[in-house]
Write a protein that binds this ligand. Structure first.
Ligand SMILES: Cc1cc2nc3c(=O)[nH]c(=O)nc-3n(C[C@H](O)[C@H](O)[C@H](O)COP(=O)(O)OP(=O)(O)OC[C@H]3O[C@@H](n4cnc5c(N)ncnc54)[C@H](O)[C@@H]3O)c2cc1C
Length: 380
């Protein structure tokens, strides 16, 4: 049987970032991916926003890893020429009743160490003349990134550090080694069997289901997967704003917001629709044209100039949830040996937004959970 130091299961942005970090800390690392190319899951069906870290409970993993991951992501993009733009964003209150939500956000931003400015309606309109609002919170460190270019850069770093990628290689079974055992975990990938001291489950939407196939893991402590779809509509014609525009958040959902791609094209979304399915294989990614009514109504609250017929169904993504409708949104759940007692195993559950922004910080966090010494190499 072949042996490697570490197997990371899943080559989305998080799996690639974790694999890169493990390889750079000296482990012979293979990132294994079920699909024929990298990043075909959540990582290619999102808003490509570099989140500033405004929304998350102070001290939570989401807050800490987003803020740290944002800096790491900008630094990598600058070093390696990955397309990105620090375009900034405005979170807007469209009526006085929403001012409290903006104030709450300002409090979180302050606690999380995220720069922001409060603007009155006139100041906001001086920045974005087409905007209708009574006040806004400006977030200058929010940006956008070419997520595929970012993943290719992570893959390049992984390979430069001696790691490799195994495409079209779904893991279909794992027999975990117990504490004190003198052999590693045994993974089955079709006809290939491999032994590894470290296993990281970074399979996004599949993570809770895959963990149920890990022999030797306490099944009673695993989260149940649930799924929430987010659909996007693109705007025909020129973008009306130079930065991202978000409504005041409702609970943990950020609302139907306007994001821009690096070509300057505007899109709106994602909305939030719980799916009544049990596994990712049942997902239908088609965007239902009937949802456009909700979009027109939501967008016109902050952009009354939206013309009839200007929105076109674009694409959708599905969020990896580990809670049920009506329950408060939990933090990222990153289970290491101190939680489940299995040496060398890390399960990543519920890594929805801001997972793209946080990915490199998640990589460092996972390596720390595994007690790998921090690397001393200079960044290249
Ligand atoms: C609608 C939406 C909008 C979002 N917007 C943003 C945003 O603007 N900014 C932000 O920071 N975050 C955003 N996110 C979150 C971000 O996209 C995710 O957190 C991130 O992409 C998760 O990456 P991942 O690698 O964990 O998962 P994925 O990208 O889903 O990768 C998991 C991989 O595992 C593979 N896999 C599954 N099972 C197996 C197996 N058995 N063997 C091998 N491989 C397997 C899959 O094929 C897949 O490639 C958004 C998410 C959604 C859904």
């Amino acid at each position: 049987m072949e042996k490697v130091d570490a197997i990371v299961i899943g080559a989305g942005v998080v799996g690639l970032a974790v694999g890169r970090e493990l390889a750079r800390r000296g482990l012979e690392t293979v990132v294994t991916e079920a699909q024929g190319t990298i990043g075909q899951g959540m990582s290619s069906r999102n808003s490509e926003v570099i989140h500033a870290g405004l929304y998350y409970a102070p001290g939570s993993l989401k807050a800490r890893l987003c803020v740290q991951g944002k800096s790491m992501l900008y630094a990598l993009c600058e070093r390696q020429g990955v397309a990105h733009r620090r375009c900034g964003k405005l979170v807007v209150a469209t009526e006085p009743a929403q001012l409290a939500a903006l104030r709450t956000l300002a409090g979180k931003a302050e606690a999380n160490g995220v720069p922001f400015d409060m603007l009155d309606a006139e100041q906001a309109r001086a920045m974005e003349p087409e905007l209708r609002c009574v006040a806004a919170l400006s977030s200058p460190t929010t940006g956008i990134v070419d997520s595929h270019g970012f993943m290719l850069a992570l893959q390049g770093d992984l390979e430069r550090a001696g790691g490799s990628l195994a495409l079209s290689s779904p893991v279909d079974g794992v027999e975990l080694a117990s504490a004190g055992s003198n052999r590693g975990h045994v993974l089955r990938l079709g006809d290939w069997t491999v032994e590894a001291g470290v296993v990281v489950n970074a399979t996004g939407l599949h993570a809770p289901l895959l963990a149920r196939q890990f022999l030797g893991l306490d099944q009673g402590d695993l989260p149940t997967a649930s799924f929430a779809k987010g659909s996007y509509y693109s705007l025909a014609g020129a973008a009306p704003f130079g930065q991202l525009i978000y409504p005041a958040p409702v609970d943990a959902w950020l609302g139907v917001h306007l994001t821009l791609d690096l070509g300057g094209q505007a899109r709106f979304g994602p909305d939030h629709e719980w799916l009544d399915i049990q596994s990712p294989e049942q997902i239908d990614y088609e965007v239902d044209p009937a949802r456009s009514d909700v979009f027109y109504e939501a967008v016109r609250r902050y952009w009354p100039g939206l013309a009839d017929g200007a929105l076109q169904p674009a694409y959708s993504g599905v969020r990896a949830k580990i809670h049920r409708p009506g329950e408060p949104a939990p933090d990222f759940r990153i289970d290491g040996p101190s939680r489940h007692g299995v040496p060398g195993l890390v399960n990543l559950f519920g890594v929805e937004s801001p997972g793209l922004t946080s990915s490199m910080a998640i990589g460092a966090y996972v390596a720390d959970l595994l007690a790998l010494p921090a690397r001393s190499v200079t960044e290249v």
